[in-house]
Design a protein around this ligand. Sequence first.
Ligand SMILES: [Zn+2]
Ligand SMILES: [Zn+2]
Length: 317
Amino acid sequence: MKLRRSTARALAAATALIALGAVTACAEDGAGADPQRVDVAAAFYPLQFIAERIGGDAVRVTNLTKPGAEPHDLELTPRQVGEVNQAELIVYLKGFQPAVDEAVEQNGGDRAFDVAGVQPLLAGSAGGHDHEGEEAGHGGKEKDGGKDPHLWLDPTRLATVGDRLAERLGRADPDRAADYTARAGALRVELETLDAEFAAGLRTCQRRELMVSHAAFGYLTERYQLDQVGITGLAPENEPSPQRLAEVAREAQEHQATTIFFETLVSPKVAETIARQVGAKTAVLDPLEGLSADHGGDYLSVMRTNLATLRTALSCS
Ligand SMILES: [Zn+2]
Ligand SMILES: [Zn+2]
């Protein structure tokens, strides 16, 4: 049964190749849904963004996390597991989405590209931060033990991931390797421009502490010398403890925060509670784990919106 099906698929693929008159040897990965293009399965939005930008019309990118879905706790449908199994390249971030890790482990073989392996990750924190001269533990700073996966919020890291992705695509599709390299270079220029805007825009601010809904902004705060206090840790959770809420409210008052940030894909309820308590506003700071279902724009435009939001909230000049 299994044999018959794979034979049928091989025949169908061979027929398709003949029909297209493709004489040159195709990628060893064999039959994708579109034999002219590299089929890429991207685990969540920022990886879809770089795969599309670098792959251009030479790739067909499927995002495993649908718009409006929160990616941390993604579950794959059988159809999506099929997409992972069929993809010629799987772009994912090991340690971020257990369901994707599992699918890759079972069937990924050498088709998987783990962006977490490109550069060493930062250590994750439970959402607190240190104050100089205070004993550790203030603000709930226990290490999560794990690594922080949210590397895409540092545009320069994303550019480096893009360079490596271009190399990986070039190995899967050597005829177009130079195109991938060129497009990764163009994307790098755009990401470095964005980085320069962030650095300049956040250089002089009255406050540098962000009260955020989950501790997704470690790479952004590291890059631009800000500091985050997460209501929850590295992953969004439904109900932080009353003790944690009180700690964050205390932090917000101590740092004279004007704004408690919430996310597009997570309920604003908890942020609103704290904001009411301390007399602050709420605003969206988007960790770009996915685009919201009704959102236009892309990684670059959402990041620029984030920058404007931060400059207002932190009173930057
Ligand atoms: Zn997250
Ligand atoms: Zn503090």
